[in-house]
Structure formats: structure tokens, C-alpha cells
Design a protein around this ligand. Structure first.
Ligand SMILES: CC(C)(COP(=O)(O)OP(=O)(O)OC[C@H]1O[C@@H](n2cnc3c(N)ncnc32)[C@H](O)[C@@H]1OP(=O)(O)O)[C@@H](O)C(=O)NCCC(=O)NCCS
Length: 151
């Protein structure tokens, strides 16, 4: 588990497109590429924001954890909360402990930034994600339905 280098941009883009494909073009690649580019330039629009990568023994980037610090999160009592914004492991290497290792590295990231709580969210229908959150030590703190309308 390690911090990002500029050489990770291509792998990060591939994995982001797999995790969040919804968008106007295949894999929503243009938006992801623009966000990755702005992150490397230090101009990410939704900061503070960081990313950790999992690298295999043969040097391949096989997973990532995107992290932020939020002032509020469901079930939390403090106002500086490390938050798991994105969590992905390539399908061919899942169930080998990489996801859990990314969470452990993310916890160290949060502690180093004076956070005393760590939070996340998952689609309730994403069973593997819910199971992996529980296995990584997260407690269920509720289920929220989200709504919107145009103004
Ligand atoms: C969620 C995710 C990151 C987990 O990564 P991973 O490397 O497979 O996780 P781990 O190997 O560390 O799994 C830890 C534990 O989580 C649970 N778990 C993980 N995947 C599971 C699955 N498909 N079904 C049931 N339990 C699962 C198990 O308890 C597992 O331990 P075990 O393998 O010893 O039984 C990965 O499944 C993934 O990238 N999913 C698609 C993207 C996604 O949904 N991300 C989360 C968005 S909120």
C-alpha cells in the first residue's frame, strides 16, 4: 500500500471507470481523466482528497482507496472524519485481503491527520461491498434513502 505517483494515472483511470462507469461516455472516462489530471495538479475541486494504491509483487497497481476528510458523517460524533470515498480492487485479485489492507492503510492516513473516526457508505444492494466493510471492522450505522429535484 502506497501513496500515488504520476505513473499511476493510467491505472487509476482504468479502475475509476470500472468503479464509477455512469456518465455520458463509456466508463465516464473524460470526467475521470479530468479529475485525475486536476488532482495531480493540486487543484482537485473537492479537497482535501488523497488516494492510496495497492501494488502487487510484480509492480501492477491492483486497487485504490480514495480518501477525504469530512466534517459530518452518518453515525459519527466528531467533526474531522476520515472518509472512504472510493474503494476498489481489480476483480481477478479480490478475496485475497487487498481490500482490507487498503482500509488499514487508510486508517493510518486518517490517524496521521488527527481524525478519530473513519466512515464510509455503500449501496445497500452491493452485497460484497457491505460484507467487505463489515469484515474491515466498520459498524452499520443506518440506511438512508436519497432524493433530489430540479430547482
Ligand atoms: C469491496 C472490495 C474493495 C473488497 O476488496 P477485496 O480485496 O476483495 O477484499 P478482501 O479480500 O480484503 O475481503 C475481506 C473480507 O470481506 C468480505 N468479502 C469481500 N468480498 C466479499 C464477497 N464478494 N462476498 C462476501 N464477502 C466478501 C469477506 O469477509 C472477506 O474476507 P474472506 O475473503 O477472508 O472471507 C472489492 O470487492 C471491490 O472492489 N468491489 C467492487 C467495487 C466496490 O463495490 N467498492 C466498494 C464501493 S462502496
Amino acid at each position: 500500500m502506497r501513496a500515488a505517483t504520476p505513473a499511476d494515472a493510467t491505472a487509476w483511470l482504468e479502475m475509476r471507470c470500472a468503479l464509477w462507469p455512469e456518465g455520458p461516455d463509456p466508463g465516464n472516462a473524460a470526467e475521470h481523466a479530468a479529475e485525475i489530471d486536476s488532482w495531480y495538479r493540486g487543484e482537485f475541486p473537492r479537497g482535501p482528497w488523497d488516494v492510496l494504491f495497492a501494488e502487487s509483487d510484480d509492480g501492477r497497481v491492483v486497487g485504490f482507496a480514495e480518501l477525504s476528510i469530512r466534517t459530518t458523517a452518518e453515525g459519527c460524533v466528531t467533526h474531522r472524519i476520515a472518509y472512504l470515498e472510493g474503494w476498489f480492487v481489480r476483480p481477478e485479485v479480490r478475496r485475497q485481503g487487498i481490500g482490507r489492507a487498503l482500509v488499514r492503510a487508510a486508517e493510518a492516513w486518517g490517524r496521521a491527520r488527527d481524525c478519530r473516526e473513519f466512515a464510509s457508505d455503500a449501496d445497500p444492494e452491493n452485497g460484497p461491498s457491505v460484507a467487505a466493510h463489515r469484515a474491515a471492522g466498520f459498524a452499520d450505522v443506518g440506511l438512508v434513502r436519497c432524493f433530489r429535484k430540479d430547482l
